[in-house]
Structure formats: structure tokens, C-alpha cells
Design a protein around this ligand. Structure first.
Ligand SMILES: *Cc1c(COP(=O)(O)O)cnc(C)c1O
Length: 434
């Protein structure tokens, strides 16, 4: 594969940006090579600066549920663009997207648009603190909630203890307000509430943890979170930045039939433009400025062009059988690859839910917490990643990242990708024992 133009662009970018990138996951630090510079996308395919073609399973890390450059989204963006890009005043597009969401989502009654998933989470945490008058937040090891100071925190030593920041620049005092416990561990959660009975403002969780592999939780664990929040007058925040509009229009809340107190959205909601949102019932949302004392604002919030993209994309998601089709395609894709790997006794398994999948080099039947993931196995992903790229498949450049299947991935595209993945698995696993 010729990568000369990407290489030249990357060398240039190294002069401009730390690590040559504007978001660290793009940097290819845990795989071979350097970032490919993408020139364009169409349907499920992307082309890099050298003209190499790939079937794309990264899909911009999740937002592109219709694939690249879908006509209805493009046309709606053009329509909005004709009228101007931003006014710093309300537009009908914001109402239209909000109505589309609220009419079809029984888990929130009001929402506020922001510009990213990080901003949605940051605002939701502030709202939970403002609403409850408490400070501490419980998060789970292996869940990612954007680069919010208080949530860039990993477990300290011992269960239910203070977290320690996982990034320089986060004061220890901030990290001390976050309690980090393992997923799927009811005892640790109970211990945390026993230790800080009056201090916990909220539990925040990715109900479908998909940022550190795909760690599907027992429904009973999620129900337990609801129960503990109710008992302790704490709020339950579902961070649905990935799962929202992905697992179904109403996301994980509907999938598990659990009513969270606050839900955060991002990714799909903006149709490929930078949009996030957080929502709750009317009473909780009345605490947000200007109705209430919790301040939150944004110069470009509910940007009309971004709202237009979201409207067109979410309308398409409401088509009959949209999510069933995506899920069936994904199940079939994963099953075929798993069957192939099992019949060859390769110690690798694909996990999936809805249209999210994860390639795990494991023999475990399920992975529910971060400590089940063996870091040394990521070497196999690194080998696989290079082979997939050479053979025209683009997946996120880290073994901890999930893949996404879009409505634009046809059965034929997926059959082609299955063949490539299976033969690449053989290439890397046949002579080795993982
Ligand atoms: C992507 C993601 C975020 C952060 O969203 P950005 O738009 O990247 O700021 C937060 N939470 C979850 C669950 C995510 O997947």
C-alpha cells in the first residue's frame, strides 16, 4: 500500500499539533505505522490521501450511523448553510431536532444542546451536583466520559477509595471527589455508599461500556445502580454518547428499560457535526440556567447547520426496522467470523450489541470488567490492524476500541469484510499460540 501522501501530511502535521493529531486516539501509537489522512468518504467506504480505498468500521468513532456523506444529511446541511452558519440566537432547527428526539424518547422530557459529548457529561455532572447539593461522583473503571477533569480519574488502591487523576493537570482535590469502582461489582458499590452515605451526587456509567472494549453488563447490575441511587437520593447518569440512537432510538435506557435521572448524548445526535446534549425530566432540567442556578452556556450551542444534520440523520433512524436491520447484519457478521475462528481454534472472539462490535483476543465467554482484558494480548490486535489496513479494512487504531456497522454497510460489503478478517486472523494466529 502506498502511503506517501499521508506520510507527507503527517510529517507536516507533526509541526502543527502535539503528536501530529487533534485527538490522541488518532495517533496510531498502539498500532504500526502513522495516521492515514482521509480525503473523502461515501457510504461505508473511505479513501485516503493516496487514493487507497477502505471499508470503514470506525465510522468517525460512532457518529456515522448512515455511513459517509449520506444524501439526506448533506441536503439538509446545504439547506441550512444557505441561510447562514450561526446566529447566537435560537433557530427553528433547534426546536425541530429537540421535538424529533423528545417525541420519540420517553426517558427525557427536556434537553439542552451542547457541542460535544465531553461538554454534555461535564454539564450533566454539574447539574447532578447542583440538584443534590452533594459533591462526589461514582464512576467505573474502564468507562470513558470524555476529557472532563473530574472523570479523568482511575482507581486508587483499595476498593471504594478516592480516585487518582489519570491526566496531568487534574488537581488531586478534583480526583478526590470521584470514586472509581469496578464494573459489575455490587459489593464495591455498596461499600462506596456505606463509606460516603451523604456525599454522593451521582453514579455515572456508560450503560453499554464501549470505550475500553465492549463490556456488556448484567441487567441486574444496572438495576442495582438504580436502586442504590434511589436509596441514597443520588442521581443516576447514563452516559449514552455512544449507545444513544445506536442501540435503538432510545438507546440503552430503553434496551434495559431503566429510567436514569440524566442522560447524555453525542456522536450520532449531530449527524457527523459537533453536537452533544443532556436531558432529564422537567423538574431536574428546571435547575439549569436561566430557569435555575446551575450555569451552562455555549456560543455555538444548537448551531443551525449542526442541528440540520442531526434532524436528517435522526429522521432516517426512525424508519421502520432501521435498528432491527442493523442489528441483524451485525449479528450475522459477528457470527460468521466467530464460527470461523472457533472452527480453527483461534483464541479470539467478537462481542456485539446492536451495531457495535469488538474484536477481543480472549477465551472468556464474556467480558464484564476492565480487569478481564489482558493488555499483553493487544499485540495481536496490532498485527491484525496492519493486515486489515493492507487488505482494505479500516478499524480504529487500538484494540480497546469498538467497531461500528452503519446502514450503508451492505450484506455484500460485510461478506467481503468477513473474508478479509478471517484470512487476516489466519495470517496472524495460525502459527502462534495466543
Ligand atoms: C465519545 C464519548 C464521550 C466524549 O464525547 P466527545 O464528543 O468526544 O467529547 C463521552 N462519553 C462517551 C461514552 C463517549 O463514547
Amino acid at each position: 500500500m502506498i502511503k506517501d501522501k499521508s506520510k507527507a501530511l503527517y510529517d507536516e502535521a507533526l509541526d502543527y499539533f502535539p503528536g501530529g493529531v487533534n485527538s490522541p486516539v488518532r495517533a496510531f501509537r498502539s498500532v504500526y505505522g502513522f495516521p492515514l489522512f482521509i480525503e473523502r468518504g461515501d457510504g461505508c467506504r473511505i479513501w485516503d490521501a493516496d487514493g487507497n480505498e477502505f471499508i470503514d468500521f470506525c465510522c468517525s468513532w460512532g457518529p456515522l450511523i448512515l455511513g459517509h456523506n449520506p444524501k439526506p444529511v448533506k441536503e439538509k446541511i446545504y439547506e441550512a448553510l444557505e441561510k447562514g452558519t450561526s446566529f447566537g440566537a435560537p433557530t427553528a432547527y433547534g426546536n425541530e431536532l429537540a421535538k424529533l428526539i423528545l417525541d420519540n424518547n420517553q426517558y427525557i422530557e427536556k434537553l439542552r444542546f451542547v457541542n460535544s459529548g465531553t461538554e454534555a457529561v461535564m454539564s450533566a455532572v454539574r447539574l447532578a451536583r447542583g440538584y443534590t447539593g452533594k459533591n462526589k461522583i461514582i464512576k467505573f473503571e474502564g468507562c470513558y466520559h470524555g476529557h472532563v477533569d473530574h472523570l479523568l480519574v482511575k482507581a486508587g488502591s483499595g476498593l471504594a477509595t478516592f480516585g487518582v487523576s489519570s491526566s496531568a493537570g487534574v488537581p488531586a482535590a478534583f480526583a478526590a471527589e470521584t470514586i472509581v469502582i469496578p464494573l459489575n461489582d455490587q459489593a464495591a458499590l455498596t461499600e462506596a455508599f456505606n463509606k460516603y452515605p451523604n456525599d454522593i451526587a451521582a453514579i455515572i456509567i456508560e450503560p453499554i461500556p464501549a470505550n475500553n472494549g465492549l463490556m456488556l453488563q448484567d441487567p441486574s447490575f444496572l438495576e442495582f445502580l438504580r436502586l442504590k441511587c434511589d436509596e441514597n437520593k443520588s442521581l443516576l447518569i447514563f452516559d449514552e454518547v455512544i449507545s444513544g440512537f445506536r442501540i435503538g432510538f432510545e438507546g440503552a435506557a430503553a434496551y434495559y428499560n431503566i429510567q436514569p435521572d440524566i442522560i447524555t448524548y453525542g456522536k450520532i445526535i449531530g449527524g457527523g457535526m459537533p453536537v452533544g446534549a443532556y436531558g432529564a425530566n422537567k423538574e431536574i432540567m428546571s435547575h439549569i440556567a436561566p430557569d435555575g442556578p446551575v450555569y451552562q452556556a455555549g456560543t455555538l450551542s444548537a448551531n443551525p447547520v449542526a442541528m440540520a444534520a442531526g434532524i436528517a440523520q435522526l429522521q432516517a433512524c426512525l424508519a421502520p426496522n432501521f435498528y432491527e436491520d442493523l442489528e441483524n447484519k451485525t449479528k450475522n457478521f459477528v457470527l460468521n467470523i466467530n464460527n470461523y475462528c472457533a472452527s480453527n481454534q483461534y483464541p479470539v472472539k467478537l462481542f456485539s450489541i446492536g451495531s457495535i462490535f469488538w474484536i477481543a483476543f480472549t477465551q472468556d465467554e464474556s467480558i464484564k470488567s476492565a480487569n478481564q482484558i489482558q493488555a499483553e494480548k493487544m499485540q495481536y490486535f496490532k498485527e491484525l490492524h496492519a493486515k486489515l489496513l493492507e487488505n482494505g479494512l479500516y478499524v480504529g487504531p487500538s484494540g480497546y476500541e469498538v467497531g461500528f456497522i452503519s446502514a450503508a454497510h451492505s450484506k455484500e460489503d460485510l461478506a467481503q469484510a468477513e473474508k478479509v478478517i478471517c484470512s487476516c486472523m489466519t495470517a496472524i494466529l495460525k502459527t502462534t499460540t495466543v
